[in-house]
Design a protein around this ligand. Sequence first.
Ligand code: F6P
Length: 541
Amino acid sequence: MSALREKKSWRALEQYQPEIARQHLRDLFAADPKRADRYRADAAGWKFDYSRHRIDDRTLQHLFALARECGLEARRDAMFAGEKVNTTEQRAALHIALRAPARKVIKVDGVNVVPEVRTVLKRMAEFADAVREGRWLGFNGRPIRNIVNIGIGGSDLGPVMAYEALRHYSDRKLQMRFVSNVDYTDFAEAVRDLRPEETLFIVASKTFTTLETMTNAHSARDWLLAATGGDKAAVAKHFVALSTNEKAVEEFGISTQQMYGFWDWVGGRYSMDSAIGLSTMIALSPDAFHEMLAGFHAMDEHFRTAPLERNLPVIMGLLGVWYTDFFNAETVAVLPYEQYLKRFPAYLQQLTMESNGKHVTVDGAPVDYPTGPIYWGEPGTNGQHSFYQLIHQGTRLIPCDFLGFAQSLNPSGRHHDLLIANVIAQAEALAFGKTLQQVKAEGVNDELAPHRVFEGNRPSSLLLADRLTPAALGSLIALYEHSVFTQATIWNINPFDQWGVELGKQLALRVVDEIESPRKPLNHDSATNATIAWYRKARRK
Ligand code: F6P
Protein backbone atom coordinates (compact mmCIF):
# COMPACT_ATOMS: atom_id res chain seq x y z
CA MET A 1 0.00 0.00 0.00
CA SER A 2 1.26 3.52 -0.81
CA ALA A 3 2.60 5.80 1.91
CA LEU A 4 -0.32 8.15 1.27
CA ARG A 5 -2.94 5.57 2.08
CA GLU A 6 -1.06 4.63 5.23
CA LYS A 7 -1.26 8.18 6.56
CA LYS A 8 -3.28 8.70 9.71
CA SER A 9 -5.42 11.46 8.23
CA TRP A 10 -6.09 9.48 5.04
CA ARG A 11 -7.30 6.55 7.12
CA ALA A 12 -9.41 8.89 9.22
CA LEU A 13 -11.01 10.27 6.07
CA GLU A 14 -11.66 6.75 4.79
CA GLN A 15 -13.32 5.80 8.03
CA TYR A 16 -15.34 8.97 8.25
CA GLN A 17 -16.53 9.04 4.64
CA PRO A 18 -19.47 6.62 5.07
CA GLU A 19 -20.84 8.77 7.86
CA ILE A 20 -20.78 11.88 5.69
CA ALA A 21 -21.99 9.96 2.65
CA ARG A 22 -25.13 9.07 4.62
CA GLN A 23 -25.94 12.70 5.37
CA HIS A 24 -27.83 15.06 3.13
CA LEU A 25 -26.89 18.68 2.60
CA ARG A 26 -30.46 19.52 3.64
CA ASP A 27 -29.74 18.11 7.09
CA LEU A 28 -26.29 19.64 7.34
CA PHE A 29 -27.76 23.08 6.60
CA ALA A 30 -30.73 22.53 8.92
CA ALA A 31 -28.43 21.54 11.78
CA ASP A 32 -26.21 24.59 11.43
CA PRO A 33 -27.82 27.95 10.59
CA LYS A 34 -24.35 29.52 10.33
CA ARG A 35 -23.03 27.02 7.80
CA ALA A 36 -22.99 29.52 4.93
CA ASP A 37 -20.84 31.93 6.95
CA ARG A 38 -18.52 29.31 8.31
CA TYR A 39 -17.71 27.64 5.02
CA ARG A 40 -16.68 30.73 3.16
CA ALA A 41 -13.25 32.19 2.47
CA ASP A 42 -12.28 35.41 0.71
CA ALA A 43 -9.06 36.36 -1.04
CA ALA A 44 -7.81 38.71 -3.74
CA GLY A 45 -11.30 39.95 -4.59
CA TRP A 46 -12.85 36.46 -4.76
CA LYS A 47 -15.46 35.01 -2.43
CA PHE A 48 -15.32 31.25 -2.21
CA ASP A 49 -18.51 29.72 -0.88
CA TYR A 50 -17.95 26.03 -0.16
CA SER A 51 -20.91 25.51 2.13
CA ARG A 52 -22.71 23.28 -0.39
CA HIS A 53 -20.06 20.58 -0.13
CA ARG A 54 -20.51 17.22 1.52
CA ILE A 55 -18.30 18.05 4.42
CA ASP A 56 -18.48 19.03 8.06
CA ASP A 57 -15.91 20.32 10.54
CA ARG A 58 -14.47 16.87 11.09
CA THR A 59 -13.99 16.28 7.37
CA LEU A 60 -12.18 19.58 7.11
CA GLN A 61 -10.01 18.83 10.13
CA HIS A 62 -8.93 15.54 8.56
CA LEU A 63 -8.32 17.21 5.20
CA PHE A 64 -6.15 19.93 6.72
CA ALA A 65 -4.32 17.27 8.73
CA LEU A 66 -3.74 15.41 5.48
CA ALA A 67 -2.30 18.55 3.89
CA ARG A 68 0.08 18.91 6.84
CA GLU A 69 0.99 15.24 6.89
CA CYS A 70 1.84 15.49 3.20
CA GLY A 71 4.08 18.48 3.87
CA LEU A 72 2.07 20.97 1.82
CA GLU A 73 3.49 24.04 3.54
CA ALA A 74 7.09 22.92 3.05
CA ARG A 75 6.49 21.95 -0.57
CA ARG A 76 4.78 25.29 -1.26
CA ASP A 77 7.69 27.15 0.33
CA ALA A 78 10.12 25.12 -1.76
CA MET A 79 8.28 26.12 -4.92
CA PHE A 80 8.27 29.81 -3.94
CA ALA A 81 11.97 29.59 -3.05
CA GLY A 82 12.90 28.41 -6.54
CA GLU A 83 13.86 24.87 -5.55
CA LYS A 84 13.80 22.28 -8.31
CA VAL A 85 10.35 20.96 -7.48
CA ASN A 86 9.96 19.67 -11.04
CA THR A 87 12.14 16.70 -10.24
CA THR A 88 11.84 14.71 -13.46
CA GLU A 89 13.15 17.68 -15.44
CA GLN A 90 15.36 19.06 -12.68
CA ARG A 91 13.74 22.49 -12.94
CA ALA A 92 12.21 25.04 -10.66
CA ALA A 93 8.53 25.90 -11.21
CA LEU A 94 8.56 29.62 -10.68
CA HIS A 95 5.52 31.04 -12.44
CA ILE A 96 5.07 33.07 -9.24
CA ALA A 97 8.21 35.03 -10.23
CA LEU A 98 6.51 36.21 -13.42
CA ARG A 99 4.17 38.38 -11.38
CA ALA A 100 6.40 39.26 -8.45
CA PRO A 101 6.91 42.98 -7.76
CA ALA A 102 10.28 44.40 -8.83
CA ARG A 103 11.56 44.60 -5.26
CA LYS A 104 11.21 40.84 -4.65
CA VAL A 105 14.26 38.62 -4.77
CA ILE A 106 13.61 35.13 -6.11
CA LYS A 107 16.65 33.06 -6.93
CA VAL A 108 17.23 30.15 -9.27
CA ASP A 109 20.68 28.62 -8.88
CA GLY A 110 21.71 31.64 -6.86
CA VAL A 111 20.61 34.23 -9.43
CA ASN A 112 17.74 36.64 -8.80
CA VAL A 113 15.34 36.15 -11.72
CA VAL A 114 13.03 39.09 -10.99
CA PRO A 115 15.14 41.73 -12.81
CA GLU A 116 15.20 39.55 -15.96
CA VAL A 117 11.42 39.15 -15.77
CA ARG A 118 10.97 42.92 -15.48
CA THR A 119 13.33 43.58 -18.39
CA VAL A 120 11.31 41.34 -20.69
CA LEU A 121 8.04 42.93 -19.50
CA LYS A 122 9.47 46.37 -20.29
CA ARG A 123 10.54 45.34 -23.79
CA MET A 124 7.12 43.76 -24.36
CA ALA A 125 5.43 47.00 -23.26
CA GLU A 126 7.53 49.09 -25.65
CA PHE A 127 6.63 46.81 -28.52
CA ALA A 128 2.96 46.60 -27.52
CA ASP A 129 2.73 50.39 -27.38
CA ALA A 130 4.40 50.75 -30.78
CA VAL A 131 1.80 48.39 -32.30
CA ARG A 132 -1.12 49.94 -30.43
CA GLU A 133 -0.13 53.47 -31.40
CA GLY A 134 0.33 52.57 -35.07
CA ARG A 135 4.08 53.15 -34.94
CA TRP A 136 4.98 49.58 -35.87
CA LEU A 137 4.76 49.47 -39.65
CA GLY A 138 4.48 46.58 -42.07
CA PHE A 139 6.63 46.09 -45.18
CA ASN A 140 4.87 48.76 -47.22
CA GLY A 141 4.68 51.34 -44.45
CA ARG A 142 1.12 50.64 -43.29
CA PRO A 143 0.46 50.21 -39.57
CA ILE A 144 -0.24 46.75 -38.16
CA ARG A 145 -3.94 46.09 -37.54
CA ASN A 146 -4.07 42.33 -37.28
CA ILE A 147 -2.27 40.18 -34.75
CA VAL A 148 -2.15 36.43 -35.29
CA ASN A 149 -0.81 34.36 -32.40
CA ILE A 150 0.53 31.03 -33.60
CA GLY A 151 1.01 28.54 -30.78
CA ILE A 152 -0.56 25.46 -29.22
CA GLY A 153 -1.24 24.15 -25.71
CA GLY A 154 0.05 26.63 -23.16
CA SER A 155 1.24 28.88 -25.96
CA ASP A 156 -2.33 29.22 -27.23
CA LEU A 157 -4.92 28.35 -24.59
CA GLY A 158 -3.75 31.00 -22.11
CA PRO A 159 -3.50 33.81 -24.68
CA VAL A 160 -6.82 32.98 -26.35
CA MET A 161 -8.63 32.56 -23.03
CA ALA A 162 -7.22 35.83 -21.66
CA TYR A 163 -8.09 37.71 -24.84
CA GLU A 164 -11.66 36.40 -24.80
CA ALA A 165 -12.01 36.96 -21.06
CA LEU A 166 -10.78 40.55 -21.21
CA ARG A 167 -11.99 41.46 -24.67
CA HIS A 168 -14.16 44.15 -23.08
CA TYR A 169 -10.95 46.08 -22.31
CA SER A 170 -9.32 45.47 -25.68
CA ASP A 171 -8.53 47.91 -28.46
CA ARG A 172 -11.22 47.12 -31.02
CA LYS A 173 -9.17 48.61 -33.86
CA LEU A 174 -6.90 45.59 -33.64
CA GLN A 175 -8.04 42.21 -34.96
CA MET A 176 -6.78 39.39 -32.75
CA ARG A 177 -6.65 35.87 -34.18
CA PHE A 178 -5.28 32.61 -32.79
CA VAL A 179 -4.01 29.70 -34.83
CA SER A 180 -3.14 26.44 -33.12
CA ASN A 181 -4.23 23.36 -35.05
CA VAL A 182 -1.96 21.74 -37.62
CA ASP A 183 -5.16 21.39 -39.66
CA TYR A 184 -4.54 24.10 -42.29
CA THR A 185 -8.17 25.12 -42.02
CA ASP A 186 -7.30 26.87 -38.77
CA PHE A 187 -4.71 29.06 -40.51
CA ALA A 188 -6.74 29.53 -43.68
CA GLU A 189 -9.80 30.79 -41.80
CA ALA A 190 -7.72 32.99 -39.50
CA VAL A 191 -6.08 34.93 -42.35
CA ARG A 192 -8.83 34.70 -44.94
CA ASP A 193 -9.89 38.36 -44.66
CA LEU A 194 -6.53 39.81 -43.55
CA ARG A 195 -4.08 41.88 -45.56
CA PRO A 196 -0.51 40.60 -45.18
CA GLU A 197 0.90 44.14 -45.08
CA GLU A 198 -1.14 44.89 -41.93
CA THR A 199 -0.60 41.54 -40.21
CA LEU A 200 1.81 40.65 -37.43
CA PHE A 201 2.49 37.02 -36.57
CA ILE A 202 3.46 36.17 -33.02
CA VAL A 203 5.08 32.75 -33.02
CA ALA A 204 4.63 31.51 -29.47
CA SER A 205 6.48 28.35 -28.53
CA LYS A 206 8.53 27.64 -25.46
CA THR A 207 10.61 25.03 -27.27
CA PHE A 208 10.26 26.45 -30.80
CA THR A 209 10.19 22.87 -32.04
CA THR A 210 6.50 22.00 -31.68
CA LEU A 211 5.34 20.42 -34.91
CA GLU A 212 2.02 22.25 -35.17
CA THR A 213 3.43 25.67 -34.38
CA MET A 214 6.45 25.35 -36.63
CA THR A 215 4.32 24.08 -39.51
CA ASN A 216 1.89 26.97 -39.10
CA ALA A 217 4.71 29.48 -38.71
CA HIS A 218 6.25 28.34 -42.00
CA SER A 219 2.87 28.59 -43.71
CA ALA A 220 2.49 32.10 -42.30
CA ARG A 221 5.87 33.07 -43.66
CA ASP A 222 4.96 31.68 -47.10
CA TRP A 223 1.66 33.59 -46.97
CA LEU A 224 3.50 36.81 -46.20
CA LEU A 225 6.24 36.27 -48.76
CA ALA A 226 3.65 35.58 -51.46
CA ALA A 227 2.48 39.15 -50.91
CA THR A 228 5.96 40.70 -50.81
CA GLY A 229 7.14 38.99 -53.97
CA GLY A 230 9.53 36.91 -51.91
CA ASP A 231 11.25 39.84 -50.19
CA LYS A 232 12.55 38.15 -47.02
CA ALA A 233 13.35 41.47 -45.37
CA ALA A 234 9.61 41.74 -44.68
CA VAL A 235 9.81 38.91 -42.15
CA ALA A 236 11.47 41.23 -39.63
CA LYS A 237 8.48 43.59 -39.70
CA HIS A 238 5.84 40.88 -39.52
CA PHE A 239 7.16 38.22 -37.16
CA VAL A 240 8.04 38.17 -33.51
CA ALA A 241 8.90 35.10 -31.45
CA LEU A 242 8.11 34.19 -27.84
CA SER A 243 10.37 31.41 -26.74
CA THR A 244 13.12 30.06 -24.54
CA ASN A 245 15.04 28.71 -27.56
CA GLU A 246 17.11 31.52 -29.05
CA LYS A 247 18.95 29.27 -31.49
CA ALA A 248 15.79 27.84 -33.07
CA VAL A 249 14.23 31.31 -33.29
CA GLU A 250 17.27 32.58 -35.21
CA GLU A 251 17.25 29.52 -37.45
CA PHE A 252 13.64 30.28 -38.34
CA GLY A 253 14.78 33.74 -39.44
CA ILE A 254 13.55 35.90 -36.57
CA SER A 255 16.27 38.05 -35.06
CA THR A 256 16.72 38.00 -31.28
CA GLN A 257 15.72 41.68 -31.22
CA GLN A 258 12.26 40.48 -32.21
CA MET A 259 12.27 37.74 -29.63
CA TYR A 260 10.78 37.95 -26.14
CA GLY A 261 12.25 35.30 -23.94
CA PHE A 262 11.29 33.33 -20.90
CA TRP A 263 12.90 30.52 -18.96
CA ASP A 264 12.84 26.77 -18.48
CA TRP A 265 11.35 27.31 -15.01
CA VAL A 266 8.08 28.48 -16.62
CA GLY A 267 5.92 25.51 -17.59
CA GLY A 268 3.92 25.90 -20.83
CA ARG A 269 0.58 25.77 -19.03
CA TYR A 270 1.84 28.28 -16.45
CA SER A 271 3.14 30.74 -19.04
CA MET A 272 0.30 33.07 -20.04
CA ASP A 273 1.72 35.79 -17.78
CA SER A 274 5.23 35.48 -19.29
CA ALA A 275 6.26 36.70 -22.76
CA ILE A 276 3.63 34.24 -24.01
CA GLY A 277 1.15 36.95 -22.96
CA LEU A 278 2.40 39.40 -25.60
CA SER A 279 -0.85 39.16 -27.59
CA THR A 280 -2.79 39.84 -24.38
CA MET A 281 -0.64 42.88 -23.69
CA ILE A 282 -1.06 44.24 -27.22
CA ALA A 283 -4.83 43.73 -27.12
CA LEU A 284 -5.35 45.21 -23.65
CA SER A 285 -2.42 47.62 -23.01
CA PRO A 286 0.65 47.18 -20.83
CA ASP A 287 -1.16 48.78 -17.87
CA ALA A 288 -3.99 46.27 -18.01
CA PHE A 289 -1.46 43.43 -18.32
CA HIS A 290 0.25 44.69 -15.17
CA GLU A 291 -3.13 44.83 -13.41
CA MET A 292 -3.59 41.19 -14.32
CA LEU A 293 -0.14 40.36 -12.94
CA ALA A 294 -1.05 42.17 -9.72
CA GLY A 295 -4.14 39.96 -9.46
CA PHE A 296 -2.03 36.84 -9.87
CA HIS A 297 0.39 38.11 -7.25
CA ALA A 298 -2.36 38.88 -4.74
CA MET A 299 -3.51 35.24 -4.89
CA ASP A 300 0.10 34.00 -4.75
CA GLU A 301 0.62 35.94 -1.55
CA HIS A 302 -2.61 34.62 -0.11
CA PHE A 303 -1.58 31.05 -0.93
CA ARG A 304 1.90 31.62 0.51
CA THR A 305 0.82 33.23 3.76
CA ALA A 306 -2.76 32.40 4.74
CA PRO A 307 -3.30 29.61 7.26
CA LEU A 308 -4.43 26.44 5.53
CA GLU A 309 -7.86 26.72 7.17
CA ARG A 310 -8.54 30.01 5.37
CA ASN A 311 -6.52 29.39 2.25
CA LEU A 312 -8.68 29.34 -0.89
CA PRO A 313 -6.43 27.29 -3.18
CA VAL A 314 -5.78 24.84 -0.35
CA ILE A 315 -9.46 24.38 0.49
CA MET A 316 -10.38 24.07 -3.17
CA GLY A 317 -7.61 21.53 -3.78
CA LEU A 318 -8.52 19.46 -0.73
CA LEU A 319 -12.18 19.35 -1.68
CA GLY A 320 -11.07 17.97 -5.04
CA VAL A 321 -9.08 15.24 -3.26
CA TRP A 322 -12.10 14.47 -1.05
CA TYR A 323 -14.37 13.78 -4.03
CA THR A 324 -11.78 12.17 -6.29
CA ASP A 325 -10.42 9.73 -3.73
CA PHE A 326 -13.23 9.20 -1.26
CA PHE A 327 -16.38 9.55 -3.42
CA ASN A 328 -14.92 8.16 -6.67
CA ALA A 329 -15.98 11.31 -8.50
CA GLU A 330 -14.29 11.27 -11.88
CA THR A 331 -14.94 14.75 -13.17
CA VAL A 332 -15.32 18.38 -12.15
CA ALA A 333 -17.61 20.72 -14.09
CA VAL A 334 -16.47 24.33 -14.44
CA LEU A 335 -19.43 26.53 -15.17
CA PRO A 336 -18.75 30.24 -15.66
CA TYR A 337 -21.85 32.43 -15.63
CA GLU A 338 -20.00 35.00 -17.69
CA GLN A 339 -19.91 34.83 -21.46
CA TYR A 340 -16.42 36.35 -21.61
CA LEU A 341 -15.11 33.27 -19.79
CA LYS A 342 -16.25 30.94 -22.52
CA ARG A 343 -12.72 29.60 -23.11
CA PHE A 344 -11.93 29.28 -19.42
CA PRO A 345 -12.91 25.58 -19.14
CA ALA A 346 -10.68 24.73 -22.14
CA TYR A 347 -7.80 26.62 -20.55
CA LEU A 348 -8.36 24.84 -17.24
CA GLN A 349 -8.33 21.46 -18.93
CA GLN A 350 -4.67 21.84 -19.80
CA LEU A 351 -3.77 23.39 -16.47
CA THR A 352 -5.43 20.67 -14.43
CA MET A 353 -5.20 17.57 -16.59
CA GLU A 354 -1.73 18.01 -18.05
CA SER A 355 -0.53 18.77 -14.53
CA ASN A 356 -2.24 16.07 -12.50
CA GLY A 357 -2.90 13.36 -15.07
CA LYS A 358 -0.16 11.18 -13.59
CA HIS A 359 -0.04 7.52 -12.58
CA VAL A 360 3.25 7.36 -10.70
CA THR A 361 4.49 9.22 -7.65
CA VAL A 362 7.47 11.58 -7.71
CA ASP A 363 9.59 8.52 -6.88
CA GLY A 364 8.24 6.57 -9.85
CA ALA A 365 6.06 4.15 -7.85
CA PRO A 366 2.57 3.43 -9.24
CA VAL A 367 -0.18 5.21 -7.32
CA ASP A 368 -2.93 3.10 -5.76
CA TYR A 369 -5.46 5.92 -5.59
CA PRO A 370 -7.13 8.05 -8.26
CA THR A 371 -5.33 11.29 -9.21
CA GLY A 372 -6.38 14.23 -11.42
CA PRO A 373 -10.08 14.31 -12.30
CA ILE A 374 -11.42 15.25 -15.72
CA TYR A 375 -12.28 18.93 -16.03
CA TRP A 376 -14.93 20.07 -18.42
CA GLY A 377 -17.56 22.76 -18.76
CA GLU A 378 -19.35 25.44 -20.70
CA PRO A 379 -20.69 28.84 -19.82
CA GLY A 380 -24.02 29.11 -18.06
CA THR A 381 -26.80 29.44 -18.79
CA ASN A 382 -26.16 27.52 -22.05
CA GLY A 383 -25.08 24.32 -20.31
CA GLN A 384 -28.35 24.25 -18.37
CA HIS A 385 -30.12 23.42 -21.61
CA SER A 386 -27.80 20.60 -22.55
CA PHE A 387 -25.84 18.57 -19.97
CA TYR A 388 -27.15 19.80 -16.59
CA GLN A 389 -29.83 17.10 -16.71
CA LEU A 390 -27.13 14.52 -15.98
CA ILE A 391 -25.65 16.59 -13.18
CA HIS A 392 -29.07 16.93 -11.53
CA GLN A 393 -30.56 13.49 -12.07
CA GLY A 394 -27.85 11.22 -13.47
CA THR A 395 -26.09 8.51 -11.51
CA ARG A 396 -22.73 10.24 -11.18
CA LEU A 397 -21.45 12.65 -8.61
CA ILE A 398 -20.11 15.72 -10.40
CA PRO A 399 -18.79 18.49 -8.18
CA CYS A 400 -19.35 21.84 -9.90
CA ASP A 401 -17.41 25.10 -9.78
CA PHE A 402 -19.84 27.93 -10.49
CA LEU A 403 -18.27 31.31 -11.36
CA GLY A 404 -20.14 34.60 -11.36
CA PHE A 405 -19.76 38.38 -11.09
CA ALA A 406 -21.95 40.94 -9.36
CA GLN A 407 -21.66 43.46 -12.18
CA SER A 408 -22.03 42.89 -15.88
CA LEU A 409 -19.57 44.46 -18.30
CA ASN A 410 -22.49 44.95 -20.69
CA PRO A 411 -25.41 45.83 -18.44
CA SER A 412 -28.77 45.94 -20.10
CA GLY A 413 -32.25 45.58 -18.66
CA ARG A 414 -32.77 42.41 -16.65
CA HIS A 415 -30.13 40.31 -18.41
CA HIS A 416 -27.62 40.22 -15.60
CA ASP A 417 -30.17 39.65 -12.85
CA LEU A 418 -31.51 36.70 -14.83
CA LEU A 419 -28.01 35.33 -15.34
CA ILE A 420 -27.10 35.53 -11.68
CA ALA A 421 -30.51 34.27 -10.54
CA ASN A 422 -29.77 31.17 -12.59
CA VAL A 423 -26.39 30.45 -11.08
CA ILE A 424 -27.78 30.85 -7.56
CA ALA A 425 -30.76 28.66 -8.42
CA GLN A 426 -28.59 25.91 -9.90
CA ALA A 427 -26.41 25.66 -6.80
CA GLU A 428 -29.55 25.54 -4.65
CA ALA A 429 -31.27 22.93 -6.79
CA LEU A 430 -28.19 20.70 -6.85
CA ALA A 431 -27.72 20.87 -3.09
CA PHE A 432 -31.29 20.63 -1.87
CA GLY A 433 -33.16 18.95 -4.72
CA LYS A 434 -36.85 18.16 -4.46
CA THR A 435 -38.24 15.23 -2.48
CA LEU A 436 -40.93 12.78 -3.54
CA GLN A 437 -43.14 14.33 -0.92
CA GLN A 438 -42.70 17.80 -2.38
CA VAL A 439 -43.32 16.49 -5.89
CA LYS A 440 -46.54 14.78 -4.79
CA ALA A 441 -47.66 17.84 -2.87
CA GLU A 442 -47.49 19.70 -6.20
CA GLY A 443 -50.15 17.30 -7.48
CA VAL A 444 -47.91 15.12 -9.66
CA ASN A 445 -49.38 11.61 -10.06
CA ASP A 446 -47.65 8.51 -8.65
CA GLU A 447 -46.47 7.26 -12.02
CA LEU A 448 -44.69 10.45 -12.94
CA ALA A 449 -43.52 11.42 -9.48
CA PRO A 450 -40.20 9.44 -9.45
CA HIS A 451 -39.16 11.14 -12.66
CA ARG A 452 -39.70 14.53 -11.10
CA VAL A 453 -37.67 13.88 -7.96
CA PHE A 454 -34.33 15.64 -7.54
CA GLU A 455 -32.16 13.77 -5.06
CA GLY A 456 -30.04 16.83 -4.38
CA ASN A 457 -26.95 16.40 -2.21
CA ARG A 458 -24.87 17.30 -5.25
CA PRO A 459 -21.91 19.45 -4.28
CA SER A 460 -20.84 22.76 -5.75
CA SER A 461 -18.59 25.71 -5.05
CA LEU A 462 -19.57 29.28 -5.79
CA LEU A 463 -16.74 31.59 -6.81
CA LEU A 464 -17.92 35.17 -6.88
CA ALA A 465 -16.29 38.52 -7.56
CA ASP A 466 -17.56 42.03 -8.17
CA ARG A 467 -16.54 42.39 -11.75
CA LEU A 468 -14.45 40.62 -14.38
CA THR A 469 -11.33 42.78 -14.48
CA PRO A 470 -7.75 41.94 -15.49
CA ALA A 471 -6.89 41.63 -11.79
CA ALA A 472 -9.86 39.33 -11.09
CA LEU A 473 -8.81 37.07 -13.96
CA GLY A 474 -5.22 36.95 -12.71
CA SER A 475 -6.30 35.94 -9.20
CA LEU A 476 -8.72 33.36 -10.54
CA ILE A 477 -6.03 31.65 -12.60
CA ALA A 478 -3.56 31.69 -9.71
CA LEU A 479 -6.28 30.17 -7.52
CA TYR A 480 -6.60 27.19 -9.83
CA GLU A 481 -2.83 26.92 -10.35
CA HIS A 482 -2.24 26.62 -6.63
CA SER A 483 -5.17 24.31 -6.07
CA VAL A 484 -3.67 21.98 -8.70
CA PHE A 485 -0.35 22.20 -6.81
CA THR A 486 -2.10 21.41 -3.52
CA GLN A 487 -3.61 18.27 -5.02
CA ALA A 488 -0.35 17.18 -6.61
CA THR A 489 1.32 17.50 -3.22
CA ILE A 490 -1.28 15.27 -1.59
CA TRP A 491 -1.07 12.73 -4.39
CA ASN A 492 2.73 12.92 -4.31
CA ILE A 493 2.93 13.42 -8.06
CA ASN A 494 4.86 15.94 -10.17
CA PRO A 495 2.41 18.50 -11.62
CA PHE A 496 5.09 20.19 -13.72
CA ASP A 497 6.06 17.59 -16.31
CA GLN A 498 4.01 16.08 -19.15
CA TRP A 499 5.75 12.99 -20.45
CA GLY A 500 2.38 11.59 -21.44
CA VAL A 501 2.29 13.74 -24.58
CA GLU A 502 5.51 12.29 -26.00
CA LEU A 503 4.58 8.85 -27.33
CA GLY A 504 1.85 10.17 -29.63
CA LYS A 505 4.24 12.84 -30.95
CA GLN A 506 6.95 10.26 -31.74
CA LEU A 507 4.54 7.88 -33.43
CA ALA A 508 3.04 10.70 -35.52
CA LEU A 509 6.48 11.47 -36.95
CA ARG A 510 6.96 7.83 -37.88
CA VAL A 511 3.48 7.60 -39.40
CA VAL A 512 3.83 10.79 -41.44
CA ASP A 513 7.06 9.45 -42.88
CA GLU A 514 5.28 6.22 -43.83
CA ILE A 515 2.41 8.12 -45.40
CA GLU A 516 4.77 10.23 -47.45
CA SER A 517 6.92 7.24 -48.51
CA PRO A 518 4.21 4.88 -49.72
CA ARG A 519 6.63 2.04 -50.47
CA LYS A 520 7.94 1.81 -46.94
CA PRO A 521 6.93 -1.48 -45.31
CA LEU A 522 4.53 -1.11 -42.40
CA ASN A 523 5.54 -2.79 -39.16
CA HIS A 524 2.90 -1.63 -36.71
CA ASP A 525 0.06 -3.70 -35.34
CA SER A 526 -2.54 -4.85 -37.88
CA ALA A 527 -5.02 -2.06 -37.03
CA THR A 528 -2.47 0.73 -37.46
CA ASN A 529 -1.10 -0.85 -40.64
CA ALA A 530 -4.60 -1.09 -42.11
CA THR A 531 -5.43 2.53 -41.34
CA ILE A 532 -2.18 3.80 -42.86
CA ALA A 533 -2.79 1.65 -45.92
CA TRP A 534 -6.32 3.04 -46.24
CA TYR A 535 -5.06 6.63 -46.00
CA ARG A 536 -2.23 6.07 -48.50
CA LYS A 537 -4.84 5.12 -51.06
CA ALA A 538 -7.72 7.37 -50.07
CA ARG A 539 -5.72 10.63 -49.88
CA ARG A 540 -4.98 10.49 -53.61
CA LYS A 541 -8.59 10.13 -54.83
O1 F6P B 1 2.53 18.79 -26.08
C1 F6P B 1 2.32 19.41 -24.86
C2 F6P B 1 3.10 20.68 -24.76
O2 F6P B 1 4.42 20.41 -24.49
C3 F6P B 1 2.50 21.58 -23.69
O3 F6P B 1 2.93 21.28 -22.43
C4 F6P B 1 2.88 22.92 -24.19
O4 F6P B 1 2.12 23.93 -23.60
C5 F6P B 1 2.62 22.76 -25.67
O5 F6P B 1 3.02 21.44 -25.94
C6 F6P B 1 3.30 23.73 -26.57
O6 F6P B 1 4.69 23.71 -26.42
P1 F6P B 1 5.59 24.87 -26.96
O7 F6P B 1 5.22 26.13 -26.27
O8 F6P B 1 7.00 24.45 -26.68
O9 F6P B 1 5.35 24.98 -28.45
